[in-house]
Design a binder for this molecule. Structure first.
Ligand code: BDP
Length: 698
């Protein structure tokens, strides 16, 4: 190894004078949240982007602008590659006077520099020894569900960040800020458009726009991918078919891929939603998912591109939607070409506040798979609710599938440690829009941050990630850090408590997926809340045992037996797998009805408690962010009551049981609440004036 690059040196800044010593929020500088987790790094000032748009130029500029330590920082791209560092890893060697960052690539250096700056802000800079970091997943990718008309499917943070009409001429600074934010947490890939893909994204006109973004992202180590519309041959080239075995169709895709690579030489590949929710796919032509995926994969192969083919498929006719992905993909195991990865949502239904892991992870023995989590809070209160999602994602990654005996966790399988993968990947559906704070809720930024950190290192704990994020985004003052972290760590579970406790799922009102609608029956039964909770005089819950749908059989032993028996099934999933009588005896000695009511109550109390916690730390937050967060917390606490009134009020007609005396009284009957969902328009965050009014003092 030879030091061939000295890219930066430390600047000792007289920072002490700038440190915020105020303890009154009105005196803290106004902060709109645009600086994300660079808040402490920039000391509240707008971020400074590098003038030199090369990877090393950016790394250099970050050190020059933001390194506050005494040590001189040198960065070294290894001439003789160090195998253990891989393509993107790095090693930081700490000394009293000097810190050196070693990597095999310039991107590795950039990651090392961001690590160093993170350590600086979170108290992790060492004076001796070294740390080596290598990412667990090769492709750490955001999936934007953004449409060319600037709407964002399930987006709750304004319109799309990508201003397609202005591109390629007008280039907004946010594009580079986005790239920088991603690079700082190790995200190295992005799908720019919705899985429900508009074919126009692949036209020559749009590729020129995509190229501009790809050029901005490249020095930050980020590759661009696109969602494709499987019927593009028909839409774009006027072919009579999009049959994947048709020679003209194959030629279309070969030509299209060649065109894309001529414009974007490092294009990553495609994300495909096929034969799902009305999207076209190979089954329209009597072909299989493997036929479709392989045709696209073959076109990409010469360029090194990959296909992420989604397993999110289900049909209205199925007995149990939770079983569909396995039923569909198991018979195809082994048929996919080696640059295809099956992209599987963490749970078998659809990003609910709690699901067991998707059994498909444990069933694909000869096919690569990747996890898709949802960063945007489609089912967890949109951008109104504080819900830190890392614990939910980690629950999935740490789940043991028992595919190859004990220890075949979802993380190990998808990292390629069980079957060996050439390329491993993990995806998160982005929660980013053009809102000034990027994510709508200041705390929703933590989920973007957590996704990146988790994709780099799935072993990091929720606590570690929240800790880092709070220190960089707000303050490292323990009086703020500890209570706020505790609130974040409990928040996902609390959301499950007041929305869908004990394994209940999919009981949202309307297609907006915000408020409750337990009474609803849609035109499709598998979109109907009543189909999922099955509340009736004899009890509640979906029977997925061998006497019911048999979904438990998609899990390997011992899970099949564990989930299949209500005595051993984890209680937080009990109504996912079982239909039980209202007076079923729970482990705590209560009836199921009592525990159901008490779990909702726990969620209600916790949500109300956020307001108290937040008020107690007001002096450590600028008034701008304080007030915005507080307003949302009030809404969240009211929504928790709404969920309980609607669900328990509705279930009560079947259980015939009273609300336990220690629960908050009902404020609305479920009949009153039915009308509210009608006024929430699809895919939008409902505005407060269309939501039921609640009095939090009762
Ligand atoms: C569901 C969303 C829908 C998406 C779909 C998907 O409600 O808007 O298109 O997932 O993942 O969660 O394709």
């Amino acid at each position: 190894m030879r030091r061939n690059k000295f890219i930066g040196c430390s600047m000792m800044l007289a920072m002490a004078g700038l440190l915020i010593s105020s303890c009154c929020n009105a005196e803290l500088q106004k902060e709109d949240g645009h600086n994300l987790w660079f808040h402490s790094l920039t000391d509240g000032a707008p971020q400074t982007l590098s003038e030199v748009k090369t990877t090393l130029g950016i790394a250099d500029s970050e050190i020059m602008n933001y390194w506050k330590g005494r040590q001189v920082v040198t960065c070294v791209v290894c001439q003789q590659p160090e195998e253990s560092l891989g393509r993107e890893g790095y090693r930081i060697e700490f000394g009293k006077k000097e810190i050196s960052v070693f990597a095999n690539s310039e991107t590795g250096i950039l990651y090392g520099v961001y690590d160093l700056l993170r350590r600086q802000e979170t108290g992790g800079v060492l004076t001796k020894g070294s740390v080596t970091e290598v990412p667990a997943y090769d492709v750490r990718i955001l999936n934007h569900w953004d449409n060319p008309n600037l709407t964002v499917e399930r987006g709750f943070a304004g319109k799309s960040l990508w201003k397609w009409k202005e591109l390629p001429e007008t280039v907004r600074p946010e594009y580079e800020e986005y790239a920088r934010a991603n690079a700082s947490i190790g995200i190295n890939a992005t799908v720019l458009n919705n899985v429900n893909a508009d074919p126009c994204m692949l036209t020559a006109e749009y590729l020129q726009k995509v190229k501009v973004l790809a050029d901005i992202f490249r020095p930050y180590g980020i590759r661009v991918y696109l969602s494709l519309n499987f019927a593009a041959p028909k839409h774009l080239a006027g072919l009579k078919t999009s049959d994947p075995l048709d020679p003209e169709v194959i030629q279309f895709w070969n030509d299209k891929v060649a065109e894309i690579y001529s414009v974007i030489p490092d294009f990553g590949g495609f994300l495909v939603k096929a034969n799902s929710e009305g999207q076209s796919g190979p089954q329209d032509y009597g072909r299989t998912h493997a036929d479709g995926a392989n045709m696209i994969a073959d076109a990409l192969k010469p360029y090194g591109g990959i296909v992420m083919w989604r397993a999110f498929v289900y049909a209205a006719t199925a007995e149990d939607r939770a079983m569909q992905a396995v039923d569909e993909f198991m018979p195809l195991d082994g048929q996919f070409h080696d640059n295809v990865i099956i992209q599987i949502k963490n749970g078998p239904i659809d990003f609910q506040p709690r699901e067991p892991f998707s059994p498909l992870f444990g069933q694909l023995e000869k096919t690569k798979s990747m996890v898709e989590v949802q960063i945007t809070q489609e089912y967890l209160g949109h951008s109104n609710h504080l819900a830190y999602l890392h614990p939910m994602w980690k629950e999935c990654l740490d789940s043991d599938t028992y595919m190859r005996g004990e220890g075949s966790t979802v993380a190990k399988i998808t990292e390629g440690k069980v079957l060996s993968y050439k390329v491993s990947a993990i995806a998160g559906v982005a929660n980013i829009g053009d809102s000034i704070n990027w994510c709508g809720h200041h705390f929703a930024q933590a989920n973007w941050y957590a996704f990146g950190r988790m994709a780099w290192n799935p072993d990091l704990t929720s606590d570690q990630i929240a800790d880092e994020w709070i220190r960089q985004t707000f303050t490292d003052n323990q009086k703020f850090l500890q209570p706020v972290k505790a609130m974040m760590l409990a928040s996902r579970e609390n959301t499950a408590h007041y929305e869908m406790p004990l394994g209940l799922h999919h009981i949202f009102g309307g297609a907006g997926h915000y408020g409750p609608g337990p009474w609803e029956q849609s035109m499709r039964r598998d979109w109907s809340p009543t189909f999922y909770h099955k509340a009736a005089a004899d009890g509640i819950g979906f029977d997925r045992t061998m006497q019911g749908s048999g979904a438990v059989a998609q899990y390997h032993e011992p899970l099949k037996s564990l989930y299949g028996n209500p005595e051993t099934c984890p209680e937080e999933l009990i109504l996912w797998f079982h239909h039980l009588p209202w007076d079923y005896a729970m482990k705590n000695g209560e009836t199921l009805w009592e525990t159901l009511c008490h779990t909702y109550q726990q969620g209600i109390d916790a949500a109300a408690g956020y307001i108290d916690t937040w008020d107690s730390v007001s002096r450590y937050v600028d008034s701008w962010r304080f007030n915005q967060v507080r307003d949302k917390m009030v809404r969240q606490a009211k929504d928790a009551l709404w969920w309980r009134d609607a669900c328990i009020g509705y279930f009560q007609q079947f259980s015939g049981m009273e609300l336990p005396a220690d629960c908050s009284p009902f404020q609305h009957t479920y009949d009153e609440l039915r009308k509210f969902r009608l006024r929430i328009s699809n895919f939008e965050t409902p505005s407060p004036d269309v939501l039921p009014e609640y009095d939090l003092s009762k």
